[in-house]
Design a binder for this molecule. Structure first.
Ligand SMILES: Cc1ncc(COP(=O)(O)O)c(C=O)c1O
Length: 387
């Protein structure tokens, strides 16, 4: 085995999901607040478009970068959202947004190179950086700053070896949203470091509770020649299982990213691409409805957690997670992840799954019904009282 394979980490959410399912199979009542996927079905008109594509005979390979109409629709939707001018040739349709981070880290990372990433953050950043052979340099997202990134802190970590910076707003696992001034400061600061690429993971861009607070890096044309955007359909349209995502690549990387796709998966499932096209070009009220539901539940979880002894929670501003501080309980995160799941049937994720700075925190997903959330909070209260 390649020695760098030992650097591969994982996403604990998948093992917690498996354990929760195993407990449920044994007849236990398990509330799942662990998984990072919408609990809604994919909207009907999108499902119908996928079925229609299959009935219409869309059974073959598509162009490796994706069907032209879909790449065009992605460019148009981003123009509508952020007034960004995007050449559809720079849009790459991929089997999941996750593939963008894997491609970006493998194309830019190598031994001797440094890649700067958020901690706590999506665990696959650190994992795929390690696999590339590059050195991961974490930057801390702190509760005191609402888990927004701090541009000066990131800029201070840049040196000659830095090749890529990864940012994510709205953020998993914290629900933090970074204000425009801070992203602007980062972009301005990068002018002094032309050798550094920026990958902005904007997979939750349509799940900002105050949409006016969303800042896409696409709104800064000056960085476009070294900007990689990660986005997709999983969260916005409740399509995690379809495996669909897209990257917007700069001129310098699009051809090699396409070559990597040809080597890796040839193209994305054709019917799924037609469903994705219907998602972007059809009615958007389904997105609004889901955003409102997540916002309501985030408020419920946020208030409920703050009412518990030894627990506090910063207000989530986007995505569908609450990242609560449990240091007041005197027990580490892993203890609560295990106790809540094994003894109380509540699946949540230990903050340490998202990096060292996640110690002292638990991630609660809002992707469950109001009733399930209230029951989970009651069980957490019981668990606390038994300590
Ligand atoms: C921050 C972040 N980026 C990317 C992804 C990947 O999404 P997908 O590959 O399902 O499109 C996720 C999924 O959980 C995520 O939370």
């Amino acid at each position: 085995m390649h020695h760098r394979a030992a650097n591969l980490g994982t996403e604990t959410a998948f093992s917690v999901l498996a354990r929760a399912a195993a407990l449920a199979d044994q007849g236990r009542n398990v509330i799942n607040l662990g998984i990072g996927q919408p609990d809604f079905p994919t909207p009907e008109h999108i499902v119908e478009a996928g079925i229609k594509a299959l009935r219409d005979g869309q059974h073959g390979y598509t162009p490796s970068k994706g069907i032209p109409a879909l790449r065009q629709a992605v460019a148009e939707s981003l123009h509508q959202s952020y007034q960004a001018e995007i050449n559809p040739d720079h849009v790459q349709i991929l089997p999941g947004g996750k593939v963008v981070m894997f491609f970006a880290t493998q194309l830019l990372g190598e031994p001797g190179v440094e890649i700067i990433y958020p901690d706590p953050g999506f665990p696959i950043y650190a994992s795929s950086i390690g696999f590339s052979g590059a050195k991961g340099i974490p930057y801390t997202l702190s509760e005191a700053k609402g888990f927004a990134l701090n541009a000066d802190d990131i800029l201070s970590k840049i040196n000659d070896r830095t090749r890529l910076i990864i940012i994510n707003s709205p953020a998993n696992p914290t629900g933090g949203v970074t204000p425009r001034e801070e992203i602007e400061k980062l972009v301005r600061g990068l002018e002094a470091h032309p050798h550094v690429y920026l990958m902005s993971d904007e997979i939750y861009d349509k799940l900002v509770f105050d949409p006016a607070e969303m800042t896409s890096c696409l709104s800064f044309p000056e960085i476009r020649d070294r900007l990689i955007i990660l986005n997709g359909w999983s969260k916005t349209y409740a399509m995690t299982g379809w495996r669909l995502g897209y990257g917007i690549w700069p001129e310098s990387l699009i051809d090699i990213a396409d070559r990597l796709a040809v080597n890796d998966h040839s193209c994305v499932n054709a019917a799924a691409q037609y469903a994705a096209l219907a998602a972007l070009t059809g009615p958007q009220d389904c997105v609004e409805d889901m955003r409102h539901a997540f916002q309501r539940r985030a408020k419920l979880i946020h208030q409920g957690l703050n009412d518990l002894d030894g627990v506090s929670c910063a207000a989530p501003l986007g995505a569908f997670y609450a990242f609560c501080n449990i240091t007041g309980t005197g027990k580490p995160s892993s203890f609560w992840q295990n106790t809540l799941l094994e003894d109380h049937g509540v699946a949540v994720i230990s903050g340490t799954s998202f990096g060292q700075m996640g110690e002292g925190y638990l991630r609660f997903s809002c992707a469950n019904s109001d009733a399930a959330i209230c029951e989970a909070l009651a069980r957490f209260q019981l668990a606390l009282s038994q300590q």
